[in-house]
Ligand binder design. Structure first.
Ligand code: KG4
Ligand code: ZN
Length: 340
Protein backbone atom coordinates (compact mmCIF):
# COMPACT_ATOMS: atom_id res chain seq x y z
CA UNK A 1 0.00 0.00 0.00
CA UNK A 2 1.45 3.34 -1.11
CA UNK A 3 0.57 6.50 0.80
CA UNK A 4 1.27 10.06 -0.33
CA UNK A 5 1.93 12.21 2.74
CA UNK A 6 1.83 16.01 2.96
CA UNK A 7 3.18 18.17 5.80
CA UNK A 8 2.91 21.97 6.11
CA UNK A 9 2.45 22.58 9.84
CA UNK A 10 5.23 25.12 10.22
CA UNK A 11 7.84 26.36 7.74
CA UNK A 12 8.74 23.21 5.79
CA UNK A 13 6.72 22.35 2.69
CA UNK A 14 7.01 18.57 2.50
CA UNK A 15 5.61 15.60 0.59
CA UNK A 16 6.62 11.92 0.56
CA UNK A 17 5.54 8.54 -0.74
CA UNK A 18 5.89 5.61 1.69
CA UNK A 19 5.13 1.99 0.94
CA UNK A 20 3.60 -0.26 3.64
CA UNK A 21 4.40 2.18 6.43
CA UNK A 22 8.17 1.68 6.42
CA UNK A 23 9.67 1.85 2.92
CA UNK A 24 10.33 5.48 1.99
CA UNK A 25 10.07 5.78 -1.82
CA UNK A 26 10.53 9.57 -1.81
CA UNK A 27 10.90 12.33 0.76
CA UNK A 28 10.89 15.94 -0.46
CA UNK A 29 11.34 18.80 2.02
CA UNK A 30 11.50 22.39 0.84
CA UNK A 31 12.89 24.39 3.75
CA UNK A 32 11.94 28.04 4.22
CA UNK A 33 14.71 28.71 6.75
CA UNK A 34 16.31 31.32 4.47
CA UNK A 35 12.97 33.17 4.13
CA UNK A 36 12.48 33.46 7.92
CA UNK A 37 16.12 33.89 9.01
CA UNK A 38 16.16 37.71 8.67
CA UNK A 39 13.26 37.85 11.17
CA UNK A 40 14.90 35.50 13.72
CA UNK A 41 11.86 33.17 13.70
CA UNK A 42 8.96 31.90 11.60
CA UNK A 43 6.62 34.61 10.22
CA UNK A 44 3.24 32.85 9.74
CA UNK A 45 2.06 34.95 6.77
CA UNK A 46 5.30 34.33 4.89
CA UNK A 47 5.19 30.62 5.69
CA UNK A 48 1.65 30.30 4.40
CA UNK A 49 2.38 32.25 1.20
CA UNK A 50 5.42 30.07 0.49
CA UNK A 51 3.52 26.83 1.15
CA UNK A 52 0.95 27.93 -1.40
CA UNK A 53 3.67 28.74 -3.92
CA UNK A 54 5.54 25.43 -3.39
CA UNK A 55 2.92 22.81 -2.55
CA UNK A 56 2.11 21.65 -6.11
CA UNK A 57 5.72 21.28 -7.19
CA UNK A 58 6.76 19.56 -3.93
CA UNK A 59 3.94 16.99 -4.28
CA UNK A 60 4.76 16.52 -7.98
CA UNK A 61 8.41 15.96 -7.10
CA UNK A 62 7.53 13.40 -4.40
CA UNK A 63 5.43 11.41 -6.89
CA UNK A 64 8.07 11.53 -9.61
CA UNK A 65 10.97 10.69 -7.23
CA UNK A 66 8.93 7.64 -6.16
CA UNK A 67 8.43 6.71 -9.83
CA UNK A 68 4.69 6.71 -9.34
CA UNK A 69 1.59 8.66 -10.27
CA UNK A 70 -1.49 9.56 -8.29
CA UNK A 71 -3.43 6.61 -9.84
CA UNK A 72 -0.98 4.17 -8.22
CA UNK A 73 -1.32 5.79 -4.78
CA UNK A 74 -3.66 4.07 -2.31
CA UNK A 75 -4.33 6.97 0.06
CA UNK A 76 -3.42 10.61 0.69
CA UNK A 77 -2.49 11.83 4.18
CA UNK A 78 -1.78 15.25 5.65
CA UNK A 79 -1.05 16.89 8.99
CA UNK A 80 -4.17 18.47 10.50
CA UNK A 81 -2.46 19.81 13.65
CA UNK A 82 -0.87 21.06 15.76
CA UNK A 83 0.84 23.95 13.97
CA UNK A 84 0.28 27.35 12.41
CA UNK A 85 -3.33 27.63 11.19
CA UNK A 86 -2.55 29.37 7.92
CA UNK A 87 0.19 26.84 7.15
CA UNK A 88 -1.84 23.74 8.07
CA UNK A 89 -4.67 24.91 5.78
CA UNK A 90 -2.50 24.73 2.67
CA UNK A 91 -1.28 21.14 3.05
CA UNK A 92 -4.51 19.74 4.43
CA UNK A 93 -6.63 21.21 1.66
CA UNK A 94 -4.17 20.21 -1.05
CA UNK A 95 -4.24 16.63 0.23
CA UNK A 96 -8.03 16.58 0.55
CA UNK A 97 -8.39 17.97 -2.98
CA UNK A 98 -6.08 15.38 -4.49
CA UNK A 99 -7.70 12.50 -2.58
CA UNK A 100 -11.22 13.62 -3.48
CA UNK A 101 -10.43 14.16 -7.17
CA UNK A 102 -8.62 10.80 -7.44
CA UNK A 103 -11.25 8.91 -5.41
CA UNK A 104 -8.74 7.79 -2.76
CA UNK A 105 -9.13 7.65 1.02
CA UNK A 106 -7.91 10.69 2.96
CA UNK A 107 -6.14 10.39 6.32
CA UNK A 108 -5.63 13.29 8.75
CA UNK A 109 -2.53 12.89 10.91
CA UNK A 110 -1.51 14.38 14.25
CA UNK A 111 1.98 15.87 13.76
CA UNK A 112 3.24 14.96 17.26
CA UNK A 113 2.02 11.39 16.87
CA UNK A 114 3.95 11.16 13.60
CA UNK A 115 7.16 12.33 15.35
CA UNK A 116 6.51 9.82 18.16
CA UNK A 117 6.33 6.76 15.90
CA UNK A 118 8.86 7.80 13.23
CA UNK A 119 11.88 6.08 14.89
CA UNK A 120 9.92 2.79 14.85
CA UNK A 121 9.12 3.03 11.14
CA UNK A 122 12.60 3.97 9.94
CA UNK A 123 14.21 1.22 12.00
CA UNK A 124 11.45 -1.27 11.04
CA UNK A 125 11.32 -2.07 14.75
CA UNK A 126 7.63 -2.48 15.56
CA UNK A 127 8.44 -5.47 17.76
CA UNK A 128 10.48 -3.16 20.02
CA UNK A 129 7.30 -1.85 21.69
CA UNK A 130 6.47 -0.91 24.40
CA UNK A 131 8.77 2.11 24.48
CA UNK A 132 9.39 5.37 26.24
CA UNK A 133 9.70 8.10 23.66
CA UNK A 134 10.98 11.68 23.91
CA UNK A 135 9.55 14.12 21.36
CA UNK A 136 11.77 17.17 21.48
CA UNK A 137 11.49 19.99 18.96
CA UNK A 138 11.03 23.75 18.64
CA UNK A 139 7.39 23.44 19.65
CA UNK A 140 7.27 20.36 21.91
CA UNK A 141 9.03 18.56 24.72
CA UNK A 142 6.96 15.50 25.60
CA UNK A 143 7.76 12.16 27.20
CA UNK A 144 5.34 9.50 26.01
CA UNK A 145 4.76 5.80 26.64
CA UNK A 146 3.58 3.70 23.70
CA UNK A 147 2.55 0.04 23.75
CA UNK A 148 1.47 -0.27 20.10
CA UNK A 149 1.32 2.07 17.11
CA UNK A 150 -1.54 4.42 18.03
CA UNK A 151 -1.72 3.34 21.68
CA UNK A 152 0.09 5.82 23.84
CA UNK A 153 -0.16 8.26 26.71
CA UNK A 154 1.70 11.35 27.83
CA UNK A 155 3.99 10.80 30.82
CA UNK A 156 5.00 14.44 31.08
CA UNK A 157 5.81 17.57 29.11
CA UNK A 158 7.29 21.02 29.39
CA UNK A 159 5.51 23.41 31.71
CA UNK A 160 6.90 26.44 29.83
CA UNK A 161 9.34 26.56 26.87
CA UNK A 162 10.13 23.64 24.56
CA UNK A 163 13.80 22.59 24.54
CA UNK A 164 14.27 23.76 20.93
CA UNK A 165 12.69 27.08 21.83
CA UNK A 166 15.29 27.42 24.61
CA UNK A 167 18.09 26.74 22.08
CA UNK A 168 16.61 29.37 19.74
CA UNK A 169 16.12 32.00 22.50
CA UNK A 170 19.59 31.52 23.99
CA UNK A 171 21.11 31.75 20.50
CA UNK A 172 19.30 35.07 20.09
CA UNK A 173 20.68 36.31 23.45
CA UNK A 174 24.16 35.44 22.17
CA UNK A 175 23.55 37.18 18.84
CA UNK A 176 23.81 33.89 16.92
CA UNK A 177 21.72 33.00 13.85
CA UNK A 178 18.38 31.24 13.49
CA UNK A 179 17.61 28.40 14.05
CA UNK A 180 19.67 28.43 17.22
CA UNK A 181 20.17 24.70 17.85
CA UNK A 182 22.75 23.99 15.15
CA UNK A 183 24.57 27.30 15.89
CA UNK A 184 24.86 26.49 19.60
CA UNK A 185 25.96 22.92 18.89
CA UNK A 186 28.73 24.18 16.58
CA UNK A 187 30.13 26.64 19.15
CA UNK A 188 29.70 24.18 22.03
CA UNK A 189 32.16 21.86 20.34
CA UNK A 190 35.01 24.28 21.21
CA UNK A 191 33.71 25.13 24.68
CA UNK A 192 33.91 23.69 28.19
CA UNK A 193 30.58 22.11 29.28
CA UNK A 194 31.53 22.44 32.98
CA UNK A 195 32.62 26.11 32.78
CA UNK A 196 29.27 27.46 34.04
CA UNK A 197 26.93 25.57 36.37
CA UNK A 198 23.53 26.34 34.77
CA UNK A 199 20.43 24.89 36.52
CA UNK A 200 18.99 21.44 35.67
CA UNK A 201 15.39 22.45 36.43
CA UNK A 202 13.05 19.70 37.67
CA UNK A 203 15.66 17.00 36.97
CA UNK A 204 15.10 15.16 40.25
CA UNK A 205 11.50 16.15 41.03
CA UNK A 206 10.17 12.65 40.39
CA UNK A 207 7.91 13.75 37.51
CA UNK A 208 8.30 13.45 33.74
CA UNK A 209 7.76 17.20 33.28
CA UNK A 210 10.32 19.71 32.04
CA UNK A 211 11.03 23.42 32.48
CA UNK A 212 13.48 25.44 30.39
CA UNK A 213 12.52 29.07 30.92
CA UNK A 214 14.54 29.36 34.17
CA UNK A 215 17.61 28.09 32.35
CA UNK A 216 17.15 30.72 29.65
CA UNK A 217 16.88 33.44 32.34
CA UNK A 218 20.04 32.10 34.04
CA UNK A 219 21.90 32.48 30.76
CA UNK A 220 20.59 36.04 30.42
CA UNK A 221 21.78 37.01 33.94
CA UNK A 222 25.13 35.31 33.39
CA UNK A 223 25.70 37.29 30.18
CA UNK A 224 24.82 40.57 31.91
CA UNK A 225 27.16 39.88 34.82
CA UNK A 226 29.99 38.59 32.63
CA UNK A 227 30.34 40.80 29.57
CA UNK A 228 33.72 39.20 28.83
CA UNK A 229 32.24 35.66 28.64
CA UNK A 230 33.40 32.99 26.20
CA UNK A 231 30.52 32.29 23.78
CA UNK A 232 31.86 28.75 23.33
CA UNK A 233 31.76 28.04 27.07
CA UNK A 234 28.24 29.48 27.43
CA UNK A 235 27.04 27.34 24.51
CA UNK A 236 28.70 24.17 25.83
CA UNK A 237 27.44 24.69 29.41
CA UNK A 238 23.90 25.57 28.29
CA UNK A 239 23.74 22.59 25.91
CA UNK A 240 25.02 20.28 28.67
CA UNK A 241 22.28 21.48 31.05
CA UNK A 242 19.53 20.84 28.48
CA UNK A 243 20.96 17.45 27.52
CA UNK A 244 21.35 16.34 31.17
CA UNK A 245 17.66 17.00 31.82
CA UNK A 246 16.38 15.46 28.57
CA UNK A 247 18.49 12.32 28.95
CA UNK A 248 18.00 11.99 32.73
CA UNK A 249 14.22 12.21 32.55
CA UNK A 250 13.97 9.82 29.59
CA UNK A 251 16.14 7.14 31.14
CA UNK A 252 14.38 7.40 34.52
CA UNK A 253 10.99 7.01 32.84
CA UNK A 254 12.22 3.92 30.98
CA UNK A 255 13.48 2.38 34.23
CA UNK A 256 10.30 3.20 36.14
CA UNK A 257 8.08 1.67 33.46
CA UNK A 258 10.47 -1.28 32.98
CA UNK A 259 10.52 -0.91 29.19
CA UNK A 260 13.55 -2.03 27.21
CA UNK A 261 13.20 0.41 24.31
CA UNK A 262 13.79 4.17 24.27
CA UNK A 263 13.32 6.45 21.28
CA UNK A 264 13.73 10.14 20.53
CA UNK A 265 12.50 12.34 17.70
CA UNK A 266 12.10 15.99 16.73
CA UNK A 267 14.64 18.65 15.72
CA UNK A 268 16.57 18.73 19.01
CA UNK A 269 17.14 14.95 18.86
CA UNK A 270 19.65 15.67 16.07
CA UNK A 271 21.92 17.31 18.64
CA UNK A 272 25.22 15.43 18.69
CA UNK A 273 25.84 15.75 22.44
CA UNK A 274 22.25 14.61 23.14
CA UNK A 275 22.67 11.50 20.95
CA UNK A 276 26.03 10.70 22.49
CA UNK A 277 24.85 11.00 26.10
CA UNK A 278 21.53 9.21 25.53
CA UNK A 279 23.45 6.44 23.74
CA UNK A 280 25.84 5.97 26.67
CA UNK A 281 23.11 6.03 29.33
CA UNK A 282 20.92 3.56 27.40
CA UNK A 283 23.84 1.19 26.76
CA UNK A 284 24.74 1.19 30.48
CA UNK A 285 21.20 0.06 31.31
CA UNK A 286 20.80 -2.43 28.46
CA UNK A 287 18.12 -0.27 26.80
CA UNK A 288 17.63 -0.43 23.04
CA UNK A 289 17.79 3.10 21.58
CA UNK A 290 15.87 3.94 18.40
CA UNK A 291 16.72 7.19 16.61
CA UNK A 292 15.84 8.39 13.14
CA UNK A 293 18.38 9.89 10.73
CA UNK A 294 18.56 13.69 10.95
CA UNK A 295 16.41 14.28 7.85
CA UNK A 296 13.57 12.35 9.48
CA UNK A 297 13.89 14.06 12.90
CA UNK A 298 13.02 17.52 11.64
CA UNK A 299 9.64 18.09 10.01
CA UNK A 300 9.01 15.81 7.03
CA UNK A 301 6.13 14.08 5.27
CA UNK A 302 7.54 10.54 5.36
CA UNK A 303 6.52 10.32 9.03
CA UNK A 304 3.01 11.48 8.04
CA UNK A 305 2.65 8.84 5.30
CA UNK A 306 4.20 6.22 7.61
CA UNK A 307 1.69 6.73 10.39
CA UNK A 308 -1.20 7.00 7.90
CA UNK A 309 -0.56 3.42 6.81
CA UNK A 310 -1.23 2.17 10.36
CA UNK A 311 -4.28 4.38 10.76
CA UNK A 312 -5.68 2.95 7.53
CA UNK A 313 -4.78 -0.60 8.54
CA UNK A 314 -6.90 -0.07 11.66
CA UNK A 315 -9.73 1.08 9.37
CA UNK A 316 -9.48 4.72 10.36
CA UNK A 317 -9.63 6.93 7.24
CA UNK A 318 -10.75 10.50 7.93
CA UNK A 319 -13.85 12.37 6.81
CA UNK A 320 -13.32 15.02 4.12
CA UNK A 321 -15.09 17.42 6.45
CA UNK A 322 -12.27 17.19 9.00
CA UNK A 323 -10.75 20.63 9.65
CA UNK A 324 -7.36 21.82 10.84
CA UNK A 325 -6.73 21.74 14.62
CA UNK A 326 -3.87 24.20 15.26
CA UNK A 327 -3.64 23.55 19.01
CA UNK A 328 -4.46 19.82 19.25
CA UNK A 329 -2.08 18.03 21.62
CA UNK A 330 -0.70 14.48 21.53
CA UNK A 331 -3.40 13.17 23.84
CA UNK A 332 -3.78 9.63 25.12
CA UNK A 333 -5.06 7.10 22.59
CA UNK A 334 -6.05 3.55 23.26
CA UNK A 335 -5.71 3.71 27.05
CA UNK A 336 -8.95 3.44 28.97
CA UNK A 337 -7.55 5.51 31.82
CA UNK A 338 -4.51 7.67 32.58
CA UNK A 339 -1.70 5.98 34.49
CA UNK A 340 -1.02 7.40 37.94
O1 KG4 B 1 11.25 19.31 14.65
P1 KG4 B 1 11.65 20.67 14.18
O2 KG4 B 1 12.29 20.79 12.84
O3 KG4 B 1 10.41 21.65 14.12
C1 KG4 B 1 9.44 21.72 15.09
O4 KG4 B 1 8.44 20.96 14.97
O5 KG4 B 1 9.65 22.53 16.03
O6 KG4 B 1 12.61 21.30 15.31
C2 KG4 B 1 13.21 22.54 15.18
C3 KG4 B 1 13.99 22.84 16.45
C4 KG4 B 1 14.55 24.25 16.51
O7 KG4 B 1 14.25 24.81 17.75
C5 KG4 B 1 16.05 24.03 16.34
O8 KG4 B 1 16.83 25.01 17.00
C6 KG4 B 1 16.24 22.66 16.96
O9 KG4 B 1 15.10 21.93 16.57
N1 KG4 B 1 17.46 22.01 16.49
C7 KG4 B 1 18.50 21.68 17.30
C8 KG4 B 1 19.50 21.14 16.47
N2 KG4 B 1 19.04 21.14 15.18
C9 KG4 B 1 17.78 21.66 15.22
N3 KG4 B 1 18.65 21.83 18.62
C10 KG4 B 1 19.82 21.42 19.15
N4 KG4 B 1 20.84 20.91 18.43
C11 KG4 B 1 20.72 20.74 17.09
N5 KG4 B 1 21.73 20.24 16.38
ZN1 ZN C 1 7.70 18.87 14.22
Amino acid sequence: MKVLGVETSCDETAAAVVSNGTEILSNVVSSQVAVHRPYGGVVPELASRNHLRLIDSVIGQALSDAGTSIDQIDAVAATYGPGLASSLLIGLNAAKGIAFAAGKPFVAINHIEAHLYSPLFVNAALDALPMVSLIVSGGHTILAYATAVGTHEILGQTVDDAAGEAFDKVAKLLGLGYPGGPEIQRRAENGNPTAIDFPRSMLNDGTCNFSFSGLKTSVLYFLRKNPQHSVEDVCASFQEAVVDVLVGKTVHAAENLRVTTVSASGGVSINRRFREKLGVECAQRGLQLLLAPAALCTDNAAMIAGLAYYQLSRGEPSAFSLEIAPSVGLGARGFSCQRG
